[in-house]
Design a protein around this ligand. Structure first.
Ligand code: ATP
Length: 218
């Protein structure tokens, strides 16, 4: 599904080097690491938004940074979904209108069951700016899942949510992956959340290390 080979990246200094990662269909992985270690940067590289200084990323066997912009846009629209720390919803639109835009662009239909599961079915006619931070976050997750992506990239998807809501959102994402044979790649600070994933990787000392069961020190 996704394969990253020998990724290295730097801004003012080297963030990481020779990072390799393989994520299979239906697999859910979490990336943890201290603040500034480069987790978000790595996620941007894996999700088509930032070309690494060196290395390659394959999504469904396509070498993404060798594709034309038009092909990349098509992948972003139809094959992958990205949940950011900040939601980037259209603030003056209603929740439903935001979902309709996603459905239109990806040529998919809105799943009203999903809205129930995310507990936003009763607020869909409200403008985004009248919703709480947690509700906005859940609308943004619904918008991403409406596209029926094969891979979801999530940067702190539960960052604005309390523990109960965070667990529920993770459950919805996991169910989506199971039902749609999709993969999930999540960056999180929250070790309790990370432990629920199939695999946990630690970005530390410029390397990406698979964390073995029980070794949970950062
Ligand atoms: N576009 C950019 N230009 C220059 N430096 C950047 C850019 N993006 C990130 N950085 C720097 O790269 C480093 C890693 O940032 P990144 O956001 O990837 O870390 P992170 O592990 O996700 O941190 P956090 O957990 O705090 O979100 C930071 O020092 C940041 O200032």
């Amino acid at each position: 599904m996704l394969k990253a080979i020998n990724l290295s990246h730097s801004f003012d200094y080297l963030l990481f080097e020779n990072v390799n990662l393989e994520v299979n269909k239906k697999e859910k992985i979490a990336i943890v690491g201290s603040s500034g270690s480069g987790k978000s940067t790595l996620l941007h590289i894996l999700s088509t938004f930032l070309k690494p200084k060196s290395g390659e990323v394959f999504i469904e066997n396509k070498n993404i940074y060798s594709l034309k912009e038009k092909e990349l846009i098509e992948i972003r629209r139809k094959e992958i979904g990205i949940i950011f720390q900040f939601h980037y919803l259209f603030n003056t639109f209603s929740a439903l209108e935001n979902l309709e835009v996603a459905a239109l662009l990806s040529e998919k239909e809105i799943d009203f069951n999903l809205l129930k599961r995310l507990k936003i079915d009763n607020v869909i006619y409200q403008n985004i700016q009248t919703l709480s931070g947690g509700q906005q976050q859940r609308v943004s997750i619904a918008r991403v899942l409406t596209k029926k992506p094969k891979i979801i990239f999530a940067d702190e998807p539960t960052g604005n949510l309390d523990k109960e809501n965070a667990n529920e959102v993770i459950e919805v994402l996991f169910e989506y992956c199971e039902e749609n044979e999709a993969s999930l790649i999540t960056v999180t600070h929250d070790l309790e959340i990370a432990k629920k994933f199939d695999k946990v990787y630690l970005l530390k000392d410029k390397k990406l290390i698979l964390m073995e069961n029980g070794k949970w020190t950062m």
